[in-house]
Design a protein around this ligand. Sequence first.
Ligand code: GLU
Length: 493
Amino acid sequence: MMEAPVRVRYAPSPTGYPHVGNIRTALFNWLFARHSNGKFIVRIEDTDTARTVPGAVETILESLEWLGMDWDEGPDKAGDYGPYFQSRRIEFYRLAAEKLVKKGDAYHCYCSSERLEEMRAGQVAAKMPPGYDRRCRDLTDEERQACIAKGRKSVIRFKGPKGGETTFSDVIRGEVTFENRTIDDFVILKADGFPTYHLASVVDDNKMLISHVLRAEEWISSTPKHLLLYRSLGLEPPLFAHLPMILGPDRSKLSKRHGAVSITQYRDEGYLPQAMVNFLALLGWSLDDKTDIIDTETLVKNFSLERIGKTAAVFNREKLDWMNGVYIRSLDIEDLSTRALPFLEKDLPGSVERPLDFEYVKSVMPLIQERARTLGEIPGLTYFFFISEIDYEPELLIGKKMNRDITLQALKASLESLEKPGSFSRDELESCLRPLAEKLGLKAGQLFGTLRVAVTGLTVAPPLFETMAVLGKDKCLERMRKAVLKLSSVESE
Ligand code: GLU
């Protein structure tokens, strides 16, 4: 028998913005599809209309696009098995539910929500496992007719087996067994005619010819229900692979507190999509248990379900920051500058003239490329290159084992040397200032510390000579003259 082509799906519910966990699921599906020359399908599971969040679908698609996960079928990409929004497939679910009722594998349940609540409260009080007590399972025809005559609304429930086990072979976990008594007669079609997740998922995975269901471990307890539905509907189930959980560094379930925010927030904070893909791929999968930096092409080439782990993955924000730094350092200056530009435009102080001079931005970037972990950090690391007035406490100019007068003298001597006509290149600056420190009887670090504060306003900044060369002679001399003035206003001890 020929193996069916790989067709996998990412099936988000638009009940919120996609976070790390959702997107990791999307990525594993995408990597598996691309590795296997299969199809990656996006299906929007929007049958819970009350929980649908406006804008969520757009954000989901935007997140996929940002990370380079293209889909073969889905919203905006018609395929042979659409529509790809469950809310437009209601008829399929209704027909399936009716088929099950006709077969005697499902039934109408007329229990009111009050009755169900009472039943639940009773179960809690008696410390019984929760679940529908099957009151409507064996209604006689007359009883049913009476309910209909009273205009009672009904849901359709699946008639679960009363005993036995449901077993399946999970691609990642191996054999998984559930006792059927833990599965109650779950609802498949709600009173408003919308399906529940279970029915919709089974009907669609079948109609869309899904070969493998790769989804988060939290769904594993739904799988026996799905298998029972496949069997009753006379359908062949796909293969199931449940991806390991993602925990926070404290090993509790990943939450907002751990940085499990919407994926687009990472984009907005200046993470690079390549770094994000690399990082997410390692949440539950590994190439060889040791390689950390893996580009997307290599991921696609090497991805396999066999190397997905069973144990929970830990989300480590520091690792993401480190990894993003590695990717930032690998960019050429033109590329880095292009990516940094919108962050600079947005976050530099309002006093800085816009649009920024791209050539100037390009000259600044090499100075911080080693240090920036995110693009969002770049305005904070470089603002003194752009603003006209730097602001700092004059005392900062006075370095270790120096005083006001020595510092003033050092600044004035530096000004005098640098005011002479000549190049202001990095090397020129160094060969002028190093000997000057000696002449002044200062350590190089003392003089350079003073000059660093004078030209940047900071005690920690990129390498001094490079910084001065980029700022240019005029600006440096002007800032040094201002430093002399500032310091002169400080009382001598
Ligand atoms: N709609 C479900 C979700 O939001 C899909 C679960 C599945 O993949 O079956 O995650």
